[in-house]
Design a protein around this ligand. Sequence first.
Ligand SMILES: C[S@@+](CC[C@H](N)C(=O)[O-])C[C@H]1O[C@@H](n2cnc3c(N)ncnc32)[C@H](O)[C@@H]1O
Length: 307
Amino acid sequence: MTDFYPHIPVLLDASVEFLITDKSGIYIDTTLGGGGHSSLILQNLNRDATLLGVDQDSEAHAAAAEKIGDDSRFQPISGNFGYLKTIIPANYHGKVTGILFDLGVSTHQIREPGRGFSFQHDGPLDMRMSELSGVSAYDVVNDYDYEKLRDIIYHYGEERLSRQIAREIINRRPIETTLELREAIENVLYGRYIIKSVARVFQAIRIEVNRELDVLKQGLTDALELLSPGGRIVAISYHSLEDRLVKNFFKSGNFEGTVEKDFYGNPVTALKMFTRQIITPSDEEIKNNPAARSAKLRVAEKTRGDE
Ligand SMILES: C[S@@+](CC[C@H](N)C(=O)[O-])C[C@H]1O[C@@H](n2cnc3c(N)ncnc32)[C@H](O)[C@@H]1O
């Protein structure tokens, strides 16, 4: 039995407040995790409401079940939100009132050395959020060719020294554990920001393993179809690559952010941004939960057709 590290929900009150527009509505929490957001959603809903809780991690489902307990309004769904339309039963399509995305990994996943997400604990190179995923961090680190590794570190980690780090990783193969990977990265770094670079490379590999950006695009696209007119998507992102996709999609309904115009020059969008400013955690929230420090919350509403 491994220790369980509880996850502190981020931007909890604000996200739930924006999400709920009808206390008897149908809601989806696409990133159930330990059930922190879902519990508060349920506390704010009537007895005839429905909440579907999606996660691809079986450990998250076990933790959420414990937190939520027996509640007939709640339905857990195992699966990847990249296939949201497929995993949500057809009778809810087009009728969903609000959909929450609280992206990234949970504290439990990060702190559990056996999952291989953390550079602070020694563990196997895994980083898969679901045991069903094909590629693990071991495969990326040990099998990818130089160009592919360099590009992942550069694009997904936004790390300047991607070429040197990719070369060092390849020279040290086979790399079996998270600490061996960390040593390889540290060997090419210098200066005060070593830890930030290590974190960036680990982030890059995690994004690749879980195909996080492609999955997010598909998840948002499906979410829009599942919503009823006037329904909302609330998204909490933790790095700029995710936030850019969310922002563009909320602004324009596509990931490039290009707003289409009708014959008269009026914007034609399937969503409208509900909040002008991004919402970020207070200093106090960050002090109590440093994992919240990079969180950004955005809200969009599906247009009703006559807008
Ligand atoms: C930040 S945690 C969510 C924490 C949750 N809001 C809470 O308060 O307890 C993110 C969760 O989303 C899950 N997740 C991430 N990407 C996913 C995906 N593509 N499909 C399904 N679940 C995903 C992870 O397994 C993790 O449990």
